[in-house]
Design a binder for this molecule. Structure first.
Ligand code: SF4
Length: 121
C-alpha cells in the first residue's frame, strides 16, 4: 500500500538522486549552474518529479503530448541528446562558462532546493 509517508520518502529520494546527478554531471562536463539558483532548483525538482512518476528524468522544460511515450523515446531524458552531443541545455541547468547566465558553482544543497522552490509557490 502506498501511504502519504512512503510517497514523500520516495519523492525525497528522487530529489536527492537528481541533485547529486546534477552536481556530478556539471563537474564531468565542465558546466556551471545558473547565476539565478532558483532556476537550478526548479529544474532539478522538475526532473525529480518526472523520475518519480515515469522512472526517468524527462526534461521538465518542454511540453509533451504524451510524457510516457517521450520517456520511451529517451531523446529528452536528462542528460538529453542536445546536451550530450553539443552541451546545449535549454533549461539553463548546465551552462558552459562562456554563457552570460553561468555562475561559478557546480553545487546546490537539498535545503537550497527546498527553500528556493517554496519561495516560488
Ligand atoms: S535541456 Fe537537456 S540537459 Fe537540460 S535539463 Fe533538459 S534534459 Fe537535462
Amino acid at each position: 500500500m502506498t501511504t502519504a509517508k512512503s510517497t514523500s520518502q520516495s519523492s525525497d529520494k528522487a530529489l536527492e538522486s537528481m541533485r547529486k546527478f546534477a552536481e556530478k554531471y556539471a563537474q564531468r562536463t565542465d558546466t556551471y549552474f545558473c547565476s539565478n539558483l532558483s532556476v537550478t532548483a526548479a529544474v532539478i525538482k522538475g526532473l525529480a518529479e518526472h523520475k518519480q512518476e515515469f522512472g526517468s528524468p524527462l526534461c521538465p522544460c518542454r511540453h509533451y503530448q504524451d510524457k510516457a511515450a517521450e520517456v520511451k523515446k529517451a531523446y529528452w531524458n536528462c542528460p538529453c541528446v542536445p546536451m550530450r552531443e553539443e552541451k546545449k541545455c535549454h533549461c539553463l541547468l548546465f551552462l558552459t562558462p562562456d554563457n552570460a547566465f553561468a555562475s561559478n558553482t557546480q553545487s546546490i544543497t537539498t535545503e537550497e532546493i527546498t527553500q528556493l522552490c517554496s519561495e516560488m509557490e
